[in-house]
Design a protein around this ligand. Structure first.
Ligand code: HMG
Ligand code: MG
Length: 301
């Protein structure tokens, strides 16, 4: 079984021009859950001045958690929210969060642009967040951005990524998602870094987060899969990108990942036909065509 983490409502919507209402965001998430999604980022408790699209993540999460408590949404669904600092954490806790994701970067310049903090400062913030989150018995996922390339610094050395991964791991995250934030890595580079990360953390602690700017994301997933990594992030329709990574496309489309994995005999628990219906439903709300709307295997005729 492959574990997929759906990021459309967060990594996706955070970089869309169109702003969806709270009701629409909730409907989107519920539709994704109906497709078989089990792990899903529903929003981000970041500053609305920095990322206005993620404003009202509080209402989104609070409503979803209430639905989970009343049984409308299965309790097994993991609703994850991005948290940059203790201010975000305390808001997320008020919205009854159960799982958070903390994030830092392997590039100093990206870290500054994305969070107004050096890598060291961001790790300090994360440590404060994790200390408090553990008291509340929350699950904590970690992200490292710009693990191969940075939009400002270019190629990032593997030692920088390993250094940050070691520190993040020591703080007690259950998993680290390795980000190709601008979608520039190739399979050879992915294999090389993954080999060292596996040695450092083990396969089970790693997730891969590929943006798909240059069409290399599926190849990079395959390269990681061949090395025994089984957790991958994706976004319905390839939505979004990072507002602080100029020129970067969205995550790899969930539909494309599911198509490839099912075709190779892997199980995901997702229903591809239903995902495509969600793609066709959300695309007009965002005013553009999305990737991944190819539901069926090509016919022989
Ligand atoms: P800052 O301006 O340095 O923060 O931003 P500050 O502590 O100086 O506070 C300034 C103001 O922000 C204050 O408000 C605070 O209350 C407010 P004011 O007094 O001016 O009215 N503030 C907040 N408001 C709401 N929620 C909060 C919060 N914290 C402070 N949590 C900060 C620092 C980290 C907040 C800011 O830089 C930020 O929000 N950055 C987030 C950027 C972001 O969301 N980027 C995209 C997500 S990361 C990503 O996409 C990459 C990933 O997908 C992996 C990959 O692809 O590589 C994960
Ligand atoms: Mg991302």
């Amino acid at each position: 079984m492959i574990r997929l983490v759906e990021l459309g409502p967060r990594d996706g919507l955070q970089n869309e021009g169109a702003r969806l209402s709270v009701e629409m965001r909730i409907e989107f998430i519920e539709k994704l859950i109906d497709c078989g999604v089990k792990n899903i980022e529903t929003g981000a408790f970041v500053s609305p001045k920095w990322v206005p699209q993620m404003d009202h993540s509080f209402e989104v999460l609070k409503t979803l958690r209430a639905k989970q408590k009343s049984g409308d949404i299965p309790k097994s669904i993991r609703l994850v929210n991005l948290v940059p600092n203790t201010q975000g954490l305390s808001d997320a806790i008020k919205a009854d969060v159960q799982e958070i994701a903390v994030f830092t970067s392997a590039s100093e310049t990206f870290s500054k642009k994305n969070t107004n903090a050096s890598i060291q400062e961001s790790l300090q913030r994360i440590e404060d967040v994790i200390k408090q989150a553990k008291k509340q018995k929350l699950k904590i996922r970690g992200y490292i951005s710009t693990c191969w390339y940075c939009p400002f610094e270019g190629k990032i050395s593997e030692s920088k990524v390993l250094n940050v991964a070691k520190k993040l791991n020591a703080m007690g995250v259950y998993e680290i998602s390795i980000g190709d934030t601008i979608g520039a890595a190739t399979p050879k580079e992915v294999r090389s870094l993954n080999k060292k990360l596996i040695k450092l953390l083990g396969k089970k602690k790693l997730a891969m987060h590929f943006h798909d700017t240059r069409g290399t994301a599926l190849a990079n997933i395959l390269a990681s899969l061949d090395m025994g990594i089984t957790t991958f992030d994706s976004s319905l329709g390839g939505l979004g990108g990072c507002p602080y990574a100029p020129g970067a496309a969205g995550n790899v489309a969930t539909e494309d990942v599911v198509y490839m994995l099912h075709g190779m005999g892997f199980k995901t628990g997702y229903n591809l036909e239903k995902l495509v219906l969600v793609n066709k439903w959300i695309a007009p709300q965002l005013g553009r065509t999305l990737k991944g709307a190819h539901p069926f295997k090509p016919s022989k005729t």
